[in-house]
Design a protein around this ligand. Sequence first.
Ligand SMILES: *[C@@H]1O[C@H](CO)[C@@H](O)[C@H](O)[C@H]1NC(C)=O
Ligand SMILES: *[C@@H]1O[C@H](CO)[C@@H](O)[C@H](O)[C@H]1NC(C)=O
Ligand SMILES: *[C@@H]1O[C@H](CO)[C@@H](O)[C@H](O)[C@H]1NC(C)=O
Ligand SMILES: *[C@@H]1O[C@H](CO)[C@@H](O)[C@H](O)[C@H]1NC(C)=O
Ligand SMILES: *[C@@H]1O[C@H](CO)[C@@H](O)[C@H](O)[C@H]1NC(C)=O
Ligand SMILES: *[C@@H]1O[C@H](CO)[C@@H](O)[C@H](O)[C@H]1NC(C)=O
Ligand SMILES: *[C@@H]1O[C@H](CO)[C@@H](O)[C@H](O)[C@H]1NC(C)=O
Ligand SMILES: *[C@@H]1O[C@H](CO)[C@@H](O)[C@H](O)[C@H]1NC(C)=O
Length: 777
Amino acid sequence: MASYNSINNQNQPGNASPYGSGDPYYNASSGYITPQNPPKSSKRWIWIGIPVAIAVIVAAVVGGVVGSRHHSSSSSSASSSGGSAKGSEASASAAASVKNAIGVFPTSTNSDYLMPIYPSTASFTRSTSLAWPKDSFQPKNPSPTTPRPDRPRLIAPAYMWQALPQLISQDPYLKSWNTSIFNNATAYSSLPPVVYHMDGASGILDNAREIKMRLKAFSYVYRMTNDTKWADRAWQEIQNAAGNGTSPFGPDDDKWNSMHFLDTGEFTAAYGIAYDWLHDVLTDDQKSQMRTTMIKYGLSLGMNAYNGNMSIGWWQTATEGNWNCVCNGGLTLGALAILGDDNTGIAEQILSHSIPDTLENCVQAVSDDGSWAETANYWYFGTTGHAEMAASLITATGSDYGLLTNNTNFYKTGLFHMYIQGATSLFNYGDHGPNKYSTTANSITYYANYYDQPVYALFQRDQHDAAEPWSMFYYNPTVAGAFWDGLPLDHFFDNSLDQWASMRSSWTDTNALYVAMKAGQLLGHQNHNDLDSGDWVFDAMGTRWAGELGSGDYLSEGYFDGAEQDSPRWLYYRKRSEGQNLILVNQQNQNVAGAKPTISHGTTGEAQGSSTVYTVPDSSVAYFVADLTSAYFNVTSYKRGIRTINGRKQVLIQDDINAQGTIMWRMHTNATVTVDSSGTSATLQIGDLKTTLQILTPPNGAQISTGPAQRFPNDPALPAGQSDQANPGVTVVMINLPAGTYNLQVLFNPQWSGMAAGDFKTPAFVALDDWSTTSHQ
Ligand SMILES: *[C@@H]1O[C@H](CO)[C@@H](O)[C@H](O)[C@H]1NC(C)=O
Ligand SMILES: *[C@@H]1O[C@H](CO)[C@@H](O)[C@H](O)[C@H]1NC(C)=O
Ligand SMILES: *[C@@H]1O[C@H](CO)[C@@H](O)[C@H](O)[C@H]1NC(C)=O
Ligand SMILES: *[C@@H]1O[C@H](CO)[C@@H](O)[C@H](O)[C@H]1NC(C)=O
Ligand SMILES: *[C@@H]1O[C@H](CO)[C@@H](O)[C@H](O)[C@H]1NC(C)=O
Ligand SMILES: *[C@@H]1O[C@H](CO)[C@@H](O)[C@H](O)[C@H]1NC(C)=O
Ligand SMILES: *[C@@H]1O[C@H](CO)[C@@H](O)[C@H](O)[C@H]1NC(C)=O
Ligand SMILES: *[C@@H]1O[C@H](CO)[C@@H](O)[C@H](O)[C@H]1NC(C)=O
């Protein structure tokens, strides 16, 4: 059964938005520590209530070392990391003054996820910090079908709108987000209503999300101004999505595309929000028309699905992933919006299904370590749907009915997100998903507040995708401090589904070293994973050196047809083991049924302090080792390990392997690769930045070679008429070895500015079984 999530890789971050370069959420795809015990306030990150005046002093660094970013097209970052030694204090202070002025850090222009650039002397103050008033609607016996008496009821009740202007006037983040939303609403209002566009066999999810994004912005600005021109513009978009506008909008019997129910879910959510937020300005007739349309194209199809039409409702069972959250969430927002105005009873029926189904599926997509069962990018879709649904149920009816508490580890998912964000980009394994219109990481701003994990909000408020209507109500402006203050640099996630490691040299430097590696099972990821146990990425000096290729074309034949060893998905290069940064044996795909790898890991455990300027001690190290034997055919034993060397300035990756088939070590890079005459070392160059790669004590005959990121000539054929996507600019670095037993060590030395050849270390060989935090000193 297909579980595709709309259109293809043309919508990966970094590529052009089909809606133009002004699209604010495009590129928006965009890691905190695990408290050992459930939600508890930490000393480092505190909520400060009225009327406490706070002064956030992020250590002014006197004569501190500041890093620099020697990247041709980049803006300068401020803090130090790894081996960067000298920097641009002028742009650091420029960054500080921008921060002082608007409360939001500038963002890096050349990282995929527009990473915030933190000033090196981030000494800034906020005079007052108001708290939200308490909601007076606190029913003793909440029921999903007994809504609060006043409107709006979804996410932002009237008392919040009343308090908001004053909060905005005192909080730099709210102020800046409010301005962005107004600007964006103005920009959207000058565009024609969203044009219906079916992406081949897939869906109209981008249409639905674009309309939802616009309706949120128009409705927000209407409520903030009382200017009915915004409600009128929203109505134009509402009519358009009902096919009552000036251009056609889909087939009459199924305008919201129930065969790809994500679309139906998002349209229903969009209607629900607009219906509720504009409730006082819409006429009874308009509201009646909206209900008719929402029931016909959304809620009634939702009931068909809940009543057993699995061709549209397959997402109801065994679906621990974004589909379940988005479909149930959208239907819930629509139902809550019309509850009481509608006399057909359908809203009540929807709620009786959507809540229990979400508890059994969506809510279980978070593993006990906080990882999301799908990919780092699909986390956005799933948690956006989950947070919207939970927040709406609480404001509308007084309870989340367990959505936030049933999975007692759900609160850790903010950790997953923070640690999977590297210095330049996500550890973006597997599929990336479609555009993120209306989808952001702002769910963690909500979780921060609900679970009392302020660090999540402190992290997210500086991100480029923070500005949107939900943030205005999810954000608790009494949060104070810095997310990096006391936050461990490393975290090891150890649920058998997704064992993975996140290791870095700084939280506040886009030039930092970041190394992440995954092991984990190959099944159980909702058809969004790759055959990639042992895959890894590596950032240094503001650039990704070992990276991912992302999604294939979602419309490719068989792309979502299961995950068995012979499923067509595993014919496509970007999904095959050869399309990952792995070792291949006999040039074969990994074994999808591989049992859970065993892992070991270690860290010297540094946490950054309050300053954005941070240099790890020379003894600082982190490492991760996975036994990947069961993920391979024709292998007697195989362990892969990765570690930082020399105070996190160098990286060593080591494979201790005994294989009966040929061995090929592969890594994908955007760099230009020059192999030295010895054949055992190479230089990777991106812009004017260089990283050297060296095989330590090379096995007999080991030679580095390079090749294109494309399928092997002898791979099994693609389905007829299908092709792989090109991977322009990507080179594969390879090391080929005959069958045998090896300890293959590859050392990466990023050429940090200010670091001399003699400053690099060459570690002695240590078998992976003997790795420890001190084994390489
Ligand atoms: C929100 O932003 C708009 C546009 O900049 C501005 O006119 C309005 O005053 C802001 N609202 C508040 C409460 O400051
Ligand atoms: C949305 O707002 C952000 C911040 O003001 C801006 O960068 C972006 O261009 C805006 N998008 C549109 C479509 O106006
Ligand atoms: C909009 O109307 C509401 C309700 O009458 C009122 O509380 C609010 O102050 C008005 N806002 C503006 C900006 O006029
Ligand atoms: C759209 O037109 C149909 C047919 O007249 C009507 O039933 C429906 O209520 C209208 N919906 C909206 C949102 O105007
Ligand atoms: C399931 O829903 C689809 C889309 O609405 C519809 O075409 C199909 O006939 C339905 N199947 C059954 C068995 O009701
Ligand atoms: C989670 O919900 C299920 C029913 O959906 C219930 O049986 C279980 O006790 C709940 N667990 C917790 C921890 O709330
Ligand atoms: C190449 O650069 C792009 C844009 O920064 C990045 O998304 C991608 O991960 C890089 N690819 C590799 C293989 O490193
Ligand atoms: C490699 O493994 C495959 C699958 O188990 C098996 O069919 C094949 O005979 C093995 N080849 C060698 C050389 O052991």
